[in-house]
Design a protein around this ligand. Structure first.
Ligand SMILES: [Zn+2]
Length: 310
């Protein structure tokens, strides 16, 4: 390349882009890896044009039991940041991947490592625990992102860590955080309003994955199809669930894509209930790529069903 070409390119980089289009992203993007797509969506919202974000789990995978493919080791080896849910959500698959990845930038305790559960008021912290029974919620319930109050804490933490790892983009992260929190405040009020008429309504879930949503909007999880988190439904347990649903007139069962819909449908047939597809990961349903769109969809699906089955 000639010196002149160099100069022209250098000047071109300084020029504002025409038509109000966003300025070109910095040459070296911060390589952010999130364990799950919901955390990745939050990282994208805060990191904006300064980051490249990948999720290790597919949106249709159970976050407790992700397929630990070798390609994930490569992804972790190249990461500048790792955002995990924490509270042992990823305990079954992340530690061996991290060991193979040998990447000090994302070691526990370094600025490049975010554990989303830090500072969260955990629900269902067990007083005693026996892993031999398959219980995967040993540190309390790790499915806390459906409570907007928790998301506030998580995005704030993500912004702080991003600013430490990439100080040159700190102002961008701060602005994105500010905008996100402003939108969150408006959205949270709308979700509260939409679910308010159903205060006290009872729901059944497959796994204990909607307890934070239930707590925030004063719904009651009457039963779960799993007898314990991570344990397959047994016929005896399902018979008890059916009994409870009939006695308490529970008419909705919430399932995620990786859960056994057939089991849920069998129970629904015997209880005049409806099975609701309620994926907690963005992108499973159309137009749910962001946290706000995902929550809009979940809240609306639930409110509509509770209204119809009232
Ligand atoms: Zn779980």
């Amino acid at each position: 390349m000639t010196t002149l070409t160099h100069l022209v390119l250098a000047f071109a980089a300084l020029l504002p882009t025409a038509g109000g289009v966003e300025a070109p992203p910095p040459a070296k993007l911060l390589n952010v890896v999130a364990t799950t797509p919901d955390l990745a969506a939050l990282a994208r919202a805060i990191g904006g044009a300064a980051v490249d974000v990948k999720a290790l789990a597919k949106p249709t995978e159970d976050p407790h039991f992700v397929d630990a493919k070798p390609s994930l080791v490569v992804t972790l080896n190249r990461a500048d940041m790792l955002i995990e849910g924490g509270a042992e959500l990823e305990m079954g698959w992340l530690p061996p991947l991290l060991e193979s990845a040998r990447n000090d930038r994302i070691a526990a305790g370094s600025p490049g490592r975010v554990s989303a559960s830090t500072g969260i008021r955990m629900l269902e912290v067990p007083t005693s625990f026996d892993r031999s029974k398959g219980d995967v919620h040993s540190m309390g319930n790790p499915h806390f992102l459906l409570d907007p109050v928790n998301v506030r804490l998580v995005v704030t933490q993500i912004a702080q860590h991003m600013a430490q790892v990439d100080p040159a983009s700190a102002a961008l992260f701060r602005d994105n955080l500010k905008n996100f929190l402003a939108t969150l405040e408006v959205k949270a009020a709308a979700w509260q309003k939409e679910l308010e008429p159903f205060r006290g309504a009872k729901i059944v879930t497959y796994h204990k994955d909607f307890v934070y949503l239930a707590e925030r909007y004063k719904l009651e999880v009457a039963e779960t199809l799993e007898p314990k988190p991570g344990i397959e439904p047994s016929p005896i347990h399902l018979a008890a669930v059916i009994g409870t649903m009939r006695a308490q007139k529970v008419r909705v069962i919430l399932v995620q894509p990786f859960q056994n819909r057939k089991t849920a449908e069998t129970v629904a047939r015997q209880t005049d209930a409806v099975v609701l597809d309620m994926p907690q990961q963005p992108g499973v349903k159309p137009n749910t790529a962001t946290y706000f769109d995902l929550m809009d969809s979940l809240v609306h699906t639930l409110a509509t069903a509770l209204q119809e089955k009232k």
